[in-house]
Design a protein around this ligand. Sequence first.
Ligand code: NAD
Ligand code: UDP
Length: 314
Amino acid sequence: MGDDVKAVVTGGAGFIGSHLCDLLLAQGRDVTCVDNLSTGSDENIRHLSGNARFKLLRHDVTLPLQAEADEIFNLACPASPVHYQRIPIETTKACVYGAINMLDLACASGAKILQASTSEVYGDPQVHPQTEAYWGHVNPIGTRSCYDEGKRCAEALFFDYWRRSKLPIKVMRIFNTYGPRMQPSDGRVVSNFIVQALRNEPITIYGDGSHTRSFCYVDDLVDAIARMMATPDDVVGPINIGNPMEVTILELAELVLRIVGGTSRIEFKPLPQDDPQQRQPDISLARSALDWSPRVALEDGLGETVRYFRRLIG
Ligand code: NAD
Ligand code: UDP
């Protein structure tokens, strides 16, 4: 697989996108990373700068793009609540205009296109665990709506382009993912807890810590993304990708403390508006359609992530 295949990865300088660029290059593709470096970092892709098969195109996906492409992986979007709530209108535009522009690029270049959608399309779910058939429970006017509704609109666009022109689309609903190259200050729970523990600062739990998430290690996730792109054209999704092992936020804090050591104590803070109470993917479809399931246990993945942050922040 891979010879002369031209892949475009939007958001390729971000946390997940940079790992995806690594994998696609290892599979022999030419990779164009399209990124405006708003929440990503050129540090994430610095190791690729001498690679003749890799190039960075600084570009905002809210503007049309012309490029050669056989495969488009559309990941460009602020993903952490701290970021998207700081720039909510830009976030909706990245989701909606970004989807339109990349779908138009796919039509023009004859490429397959994969959308990095999210478990946030389920909102604060009333069905547990979440299957792809669930339509979700999303506040359309809250502080998370720019992201949730932006991603829902992007899914609608993908399916309208597919219905209209049979464009080969792939829609993945990604659940919470963690690993090296998360930004230390992007406010997500795994990076916050690890950085706080390494600095012996209080671990900030929002709410009472009884709410849940299910965390997938980034290597497992990018493996699933590559598998999804390789599926036949009639596999369009949406397909949930995530690790079904659900933990409370308090359990996560205790696990991070155990791995890092140190003297941090736990501090409870108010729960942000519309923060989902529970989240766990049903991955039956990913198992059958992609022959995929996560391999990395939470403790092992956290260990790798702690090693990364230790090197980064000392
Ligand atoms: P990230 O913030 O690290 O990466 C996003 C990248 O997109 C950054 O490099 C940023 O600079 C770039 N970007 C943002 N707006 C852009 C624009 N208008 N034009 C060009 N580039 C732009 O986030 P991530 O965690 O790597 O997430 C990647 C994708 O995966 C996102 O689409 C996100 O919604 C999705 N996702 C992530 C998670 C997760 O847990 N990390 C969960 C579900 C879905
Ligand atoms: N969270 C927390 N402390 C933090 C950061 C986040 O308790 O320092 C909580 C947050 O309120 C949410 C969960 O951890 O309930 C996951 O947050 P994150 O921002 O990582 O992802 P998302 O809410 O988008 O799933």
